[in-house]
Design a protein around this ligand. Structure first.
Ligand SMILES: [Fe+2]
Length: 179
């Protein structure tokens, strides 16, 4: 049984504020990609969908004269660091298992290397799933951050994904009880 659901996260006021700022559609589609890829990489879809849903929660808007300034973003952005910390705080405050909260925060911290000095990251499977899911939903020019969705549609999609994760856990429990 999961301590908290995606819907609990969705309803948190800080998630509403910050995830809407970085793109609710992008967050939800990245979470769906993460569900699919978690099967392939053998990671828990509960952690993968939560990390994917929250991965951009640390975004700040780098605007100059009403337009996104990509150079300013490249130079100053630390959204993965901020996001990891912000997500961790929200997860813990809602009662997420501490170990899970750390795993999710780390996957958010490492979902992009755009803020790091050149080098390659050695990602674990969960971290890889989140990074690949983000890439799968990216659009040129950062357009994935601007797609919009009604609250009602967002809630329907999140509830559906919660059910998929719960079903997966149920199936796993059955598998382990017969083996
Ligand atoms: Fe993203």
């Amino acid at each position: 049984m999961r301590n908290i659901s995606l819907l609990d996260l969705y309803n948190h006021p800080h998630v509403q504020k910050y995830v809407k700022r970085s793109g609710m559609v992008h967050a939800i589609s990245t979470a769906y990609h993460a569900y699919r890829l978690s099967q392939k990489y053998g990671v828990d879809p509960d952690l993968a969908t939560k990390a994917a849903f929250l991965h951009d929660i640390g975004h700040y808007t780098w605007y100059k004269n009403g337009h996104w300034d990509y150079d300013m973003y490249k130079e100053n952005d630390i959204h993965a660091i901020k996001g990891a910390e912000r997500a961790h705080r929200i997860l813990v405050s809602l009662g997420e298992d501490r170990k899970n909260a750390k795993e999710i925060a780390l996957a958010i911290l490492l979902h992009t290397d755009s803020y790091l000095p050149a080098g390659s990251l050695n990602l674990n499977p969960l971290q890889k799933v989140v990074a690949l899911s983000d890439e799968a939903d990216e659009e040129p020019g950062g357009n994935h951050h601007y797609r919009t969705i009604s609250d009602m549609k967002a809630i329907t999609m999140i509830k559906k994904l919660d059910e998929m994760v719960d079903e997966y856990h149920e199936e796993e429990k059955v598998k382990h009880s017969v083996s």
